[in-house]
Every structure is written in C-alpha cells, then in structure tokens.
Design a protein around this ligand. Structure first.
Ligand code: 3PY
Ligand code: MG
Length: 262
C-alpha cells in the first residue's frame, strides 16, 4: 500500500499543511494539488461537494503529490465506508462529543477484528495498491474533531480511544460552544485557552493536534504552539482574496491614469 506521507512527516517531527477544498471541482483539486500542499482535504460537511464530485476530485488529486483526505459529512459508518472506498486516504470526523462517538468513528474506518468496516475498497485499492486490505487499518489516519462543549469536556476519554491518531479543532464551532462569535483566530481568552488546552492534552497523549487556520501566518503560529496538522488554504477564501486584490489593483491603476489625464 502507498505510504501515508503524513506519518512520515510526523515521524520526522514536522507539520503537515493541508489545502481545504469546498468548491466542487476536479480542476480546482488538481490545480491546488500541484501547489506544494502535503494534503488536500475535501470538506464534505460544509463544502458543496456531492459523492460523485468527490470521486472525481480524488481522481484529479491522484495526478498530484497531495494526499487525498476528507472531512466527513457525519459520523455515519455507511458514509465513512463509501468515502474510504472512493479513495480518501485519511479522514477527519466532525462533532465528536464522547469517547463512544470516537470509538464508532474509528471502528467505521477499520476492518475486523479492529472495526466494522465492510469490504470492498474499490477505488481506494486502485490508489493505495494491492495490499490495501492488510495495511489500511493502520495507514489511514483518523482525526476526531473537538468543537463542542461536550467534546471539550470529554477530551481525555476521546484521546484514550485506541486507533484514534489525533484531534482536529474546529475553531469556529468551538468558539460558539464558549459563547463567542465564530472565527478561526478568536480574540476571546476562553477560546484561546480552550484551544491551547486541547493542543497540550493531545500532545501529552502522544497524538496529533490539528486545527483549521485562516491563512499561512496563523498556521505558522499554530505550529509554533505545538500543532502538527494545519489547514491553511481554503479554496473559496483564497480565490476571493486573489480576486479582490486583483480588481483593487486594476481600480487603483484606473484612478491613477484618470488623475494623470486631468
Ligand atoms: C470549525 O471551525 O468549526 C470547523 O469545523 C472548520 O470548518
Ligand atoms: Mg465545525
């Protein structure tokens, strides 16, 4: 089975940087996959991506160095099996509130005797290789999202779940859970403390701490803080920013030209 590059990066003490894809487009996936990210995560929860579009985006990503990952729509074993069978090489599960929910998530990702995943990995095997079955349980990274008050309170029990590789913080939902506005980099001390606490406990448990970030500078700060999985490239946000800067430069040029002709 193709090696999971995230494991290698973590073994060397590095941090994984992921693009975050919400636009339902294989061409966007292929283009972003060639920009140097370690991973490209398809957001099946809040992105506008159907099953068929996801499949084509995974296919487009396999022509690039970026490893295909998915943020699942929900903690549902049938959904998880289908996403893995289509070629997701690692998965993030939203809204994990308890150790029981984390166990169900991990179990849905693993074959017997460690889990309840049903065989056959039709496209996963095309991407992963012929020895997919004996290796997939270990090779596929599973990150549970802590982004609710219940999940935050159950953090240590969630971290004790066998087979769970780490935690991914949803900073927007976590901020809401602490009564604050949903933003990626919150100014509120209680949200900042909660994020620092999750990072610290996760690392103390020997697991990977991950978080969604607003951009590269914020992601660098998170890595400095101890996170080793950061998403620092939302397709919609980056496109909007680039478009805004481009049109602003054009308008400014027009303004200067008009001033010169007066
Ligand atoms: C959150 O910030 O809550 C997320 O789930 C990231 O999309
Ligand atoms: Mg969320």
């Amino acid at each position: 089975m193709r090696a999971n590059p995230m494991k290698d990066i973590w073994a060397r003490g590095g941090a994984v940087v992921s693009a975050w894809l919400s636009i339902p487009s294989p061409i966007t996936a292929e283009m972003l996959g060639h920009q140097g990210y370690d991973v490209a995560t398809l957001d099946l929860q809040h992105g506008m991506i159907s099953f068929e579009q996801m499949l084509h985006m995974f296919q487009a990503l396999s022509a690039t160095p970026a490893m295909p990952m998915a943020r699942l729509a929900s903690n549902d074993a049938t959904h998880i099996g289908r996403v893995l069978d289509a070629g997701a090489y690692s998965v993030i599960c939203p809204m994990i509130n308890s150790a029981k929910e984390a166990e169900a998530f991990v179990s849905a990702c693993r074959y017997y005797p460690h889990g309840v995943r049903s065989y056959a990995p039709v496209r996963g095997q095309i991407y992963g290789g012929p020895d997919y079955f004996p290796k997939a349980n270990d090779e596929i990274v599973k990150l549970a999202m802590v982004e609710t008050r219940a999940g935050f309170d159950a953090l240590d029990e969630i971290l004790a779940v066998d087979g769970l590789d780490g935690i991914f913080i949803g900073p927007n939902d976590l901020a809401i859970a602490f009564g604050c506005p949903p933003v990626s980099e919150s100014d509120h001390a209680e949200v900042r403390d909660a994020i620092a606490h999750v990072c610290e406990r996760t690392r103390a448990a020997g697991k990977v701490a991950g978080i969604l970030c607003s951009g590269p500078q914020a992601a660098l700060k998170r890595v400095e803080q101890g996170f080793s999985f950061v998403s620092a490239g939302g397709d919609i946000f980056m496109l909007a920013q680039a478009a805004k800067n481009s049109v602003a430069a054009f308008r400014e040029g027009q303004r200067v030209a008009a001033a010169e002709t007066v």
